[in-house]
Design a binder for this molecule. Structure first.
Ligand SMILES: [Zn+2]
Length: 335
């Protein structure tokens, strides 16, 4: 059945952090403690390991390997959370969050630094790498299903780390359902992991599309506009609202193109095109430094890194890159 499901081309499946199709999440078995214990005892069981937001990988001759046996992972430090990600044909797969004390930070702190970017490592394990997931993906050091499962694990473990207390009554909650729920023993509330939807889109007008740049972007980079979907809003409404707020452009028909799990910390990027109904741009200066229309030819040169003015588009790790590729490709029919 999975082969049949993959017989068609699906853009979402080609974007980094996706690729979990075919993982049996065993969602109906998560409350069966004996079943989950048997999976943990399976000699083929492997786990991903995180310290805070950083996945741990082993440096091998073939590249970085993020999979550890449960016994090996448990020896790296105190375990804070364990979750069952699901079962592959090769065996059960888990995710494990270690206490921050499992890692040490190298070098002296820089008092002038806004963010502490000193490298961290696991003591006594020079062959283990504590990486930043976005950098690992951007550099292609981890790809395909392992990257998709790292995204799944990171968002889930982040949720546990930030939801240790019941949001209804304030008492400590505990992990249940093999890592897919938190229960409050005081008020009996059950809490489930969150995914936050973000719309990301190109307003398109014939041979031109709209992109903007925030002051946080690297010099010359433009990208698709984006924003969080709000309560009580459809995807189409959020797309039209965000474009109008950020650029002053009115849009009509919205077409869904692709989605991407984005584990920073727990979003789903919903990529769309929106038909522009106006041309004159008025930027929201708190969000954007600039916004402008780009022709297909110009976007092609940006994607190829060959724009005459040095303008650039996001790298392939971002769904914006794939939206732009879909739009410039002759195969996309925007009507
Ligand atoms: Zn409670």
């Amino acid at each position: 059945m999975q082969d049949r499901a993959r017989a068609f081309r699906e853009l979402s499946a080609e974007i980094p952090f996706s690729g979990n199709d075919g993982l049996d999440r065993l969602s109906e078995k998560r409350d069966d403690e004996a079943f989950v214990a048997a999976l943990r005892a399976d000699p083929a069981a492997l786990t991903l390991v995180f310290v805070g937001d950083a996945p741990v990988s082993r440096q091998t001759a073939e590249g970085l390997d993020p999979w550890f046996s449960l016994a090996e992972a448990g020896r790296l430090g105190p375990v804070r959370e364990t979750a069952l990600l699901g079962r592959l044909a090769e065996g059960p797969r888990f995710a494990l969050l270690l206490d921050e004390s499992a890692a040490v930070t190298e070098g002296e702190p820089d008092p002038a630094a806004m963010v502490d970017r000193r490298p961290r490592r696991i003591p006594g394990r020079p062959d283990y790498v504590l990486g930043d997931l976005r950098s690992l993906a951007a550099q292609g050091l981890v790809a395909g299903r392992p990257l998709a499962m790292l995204a799944q694990a990171k968002s889930l473990l982040y949720w546990h780390a930030r939801h240790r207390f019941c949001s209804a009554c304030g008492n400590p909650s505990h992990t249940s359902a093999a890592g897919w729920r938190r229960d409050c023993p005081a008020c009996k509330a059950m809490h489930f992991p969150r995914t936050d939807p973000v719309v990301i889109m190109l307003a398109v007008d014939g041979d031109e599309c709209l992109m903007g740049r925030s002051g946080r972007f690297g010099k010359g980079m433009y990208s698709a506009l984006a924003g969080f979907l709000e309560p009580g809003e459809t995807v189409e409404e959020a797309v039209r609202r965000e474009i109008l707020e950020e650029s002053g452009i009115l849009t009509g028909k919205v077409t869904y193109v692709a989605s991407q799990p984005w584990p920073f910390p727990a979003s789903l990027m919903i990529g769309c095109f929106a038909q522009a109904l106006s041309r004159e741009i008025t930027i929201d200066q708190t969000e954007l430094e600039d916004a402008r229309w780009f022709t297909r030819d110009e976007v092609r040169t940006m994607l190829a890194g060959a724009h005459p003015l040095g303008l650039s588009a996001p790298q392939q790790v971002a769904i914006a890159h794939h939206l732009l590729r879909a739009w410039v490709s002759a195969t996309w029919n925007e009507s």
